[in-house]
Design a protein around this ligand. Sequence first.
Ligand SMILES: [Zn+2]
Length: 277
Amino acid sequence: MLQTLRESAGLWRMPLPTPTLPPATTTNHYLVGERRAVLVDPSAPARLSQDKLVALVEEAREAGIAIEALFLTHHHGDHVGAAADLRARLGLPVWAHARTAELLPELAVDRCVKDLEVIAENADGSPWQVIHTPGHAPGHLVIWHAATAVLVAGDMVAGEGTILVDPRDGHMGDYLASLEKMAHLHPRALAPAHGEVLHEAMAVLAHYRLHRLAREHKVLEALPPTWTAPDALLPTAYGDVSRLAWPIALRSMESHLIHLAELGQVARHGARWRRLP
Ligand SMILES: [Zn+2]
């Protein structure tokens, strides 16, 4: 099994069905590290899926890989849904950022992982290091392997579907800054939580950033100088998006409006917004 799941040195990917944001239907479960390893985003709720993960961990252990923890990139249900079950079955602790732990009061996180901490290691001793990338979620972590320039990207980018920055727990300004932080590493490949590994990493990161900025510009252009409810902006700012996706678009737009307010370009009064001169 390990051989067929291998993506690069010290990285294996097993996509399994999860209740995630359509059109994605699965979350990637990554095994990261050869000498010391973590299992990333244990989330598949089905017993059959969890049996596959247990078999993967057993095979890895037989191959001499010391699996030390279940690692959470962030707190969303499609990334943590199997953590409690697998902790019990595999006897592994759960590691996550302190902000993720705070947002998961029902799941005891055993160890809080900090920015730049090394959490796994390849056979040649090269480290896998966590980088704090807030924005999609406040405690979001990616995992960087400088030796191969591979970045396990969680929900910062997607190989399938899109990334929602929800104003309830996300922050557009942070998200854009985190995309830049990732680009500064000059990754060669991005291993996202949903979809296949992306090999044009720098182009993907630039596209994500430009796409967000273009959308934010559209939102600003659509907003009049009089107090306006955000749903009135949908036909102009999100006219290219299917109406079925408008409820999601509305949340994304609110994140853009909050960011524009922080930049001093729009003002908010209750649920209404207006453009500032
Ligand atoms: Zn998420």
